[in-house]
Design a binder for this molecule. Structure first.
Ligand SMILES: [Zn+2]
Length: 177
């Protein structure tokens, strides 16, 4: 309650002296560790007072002193990423105390393997269908090349049919007589 008011005060007055900011708005880490948030607190940029759960989770798995040690060993440009990965790892470890992050990695690796197998199967099917299509086209081309006159034959046989009908029509007048 007290610190919430303090945060509001700090946000409303950004021009307030630094010393007041340090006293009134400890970072989430220092607040949970019940220690004074120093001016150059290494945790403050990554654990804002607005998100205490982030530190609680990382602290539970790594421990505050390890987090501080890890961050001090890294250049500032990489610290935000390191904190993100520690928080991610901690979440995974809490959710899965046996495998933690490795469990997530194994699960994703299995998914990748399954999808790669599925892709290989689909590609094989595609090659198979392309071969079938090529064979069918070859067959049709061969048929066309071997018998170029089947259409003429068809018409010729049709004309014989016409003869037949004409012959048939010869009978028709007889029906009328
Ligand atoms: Zn702090």
């Amino acid at each position: 309650m007290e610190s919430t008011e303090a945060n509001i005060t700090t946000h409303n007055k950004p021009s307030s002296p630094i010393s007041t900011t340090i006293i009134l708005s400890p970072c989430a880490a220092c607040k949970i560790l019940r220690r004074r948030c120093a001016e150059k607190c290494v945790l403050a940029p990554y654990f804002p007072p607005t998100d205490p759960l982030k530190f609680t989770i990382a602290h539970r798995v790594f421990g505050a002193s390890n987090i501080i040690k890890f961050l001090q060993e890294l250049p500032e440009s990489q610290r935000a990423d390191a904190v993100s990965s520690m928080v991610y790892e901690s979440n995974a470890r809490i959710r899965d105390p046996v495998y933690g992050c490795a469990g997530v990695i194994c699960h994703l690796q299995r998914q990748v393997n399954d999808l790669q197998a599925e892709l290989a199967k689909a590609q094989a099917q595609l090659v198979n269908m392309q071969t079938q299509k090529a064979n069918l086209m070859d067959f049709l081309c061969m048929e066309m090349a071997q018998s170029p006159q089947p259409l003429e034959n068809y018409y010729m046989s049709s004309s014989s049919n016409i003869d037949f009908f004409e012959a048939d029509s010869v009978w028709e007048p007889n029906l009328w007589t």
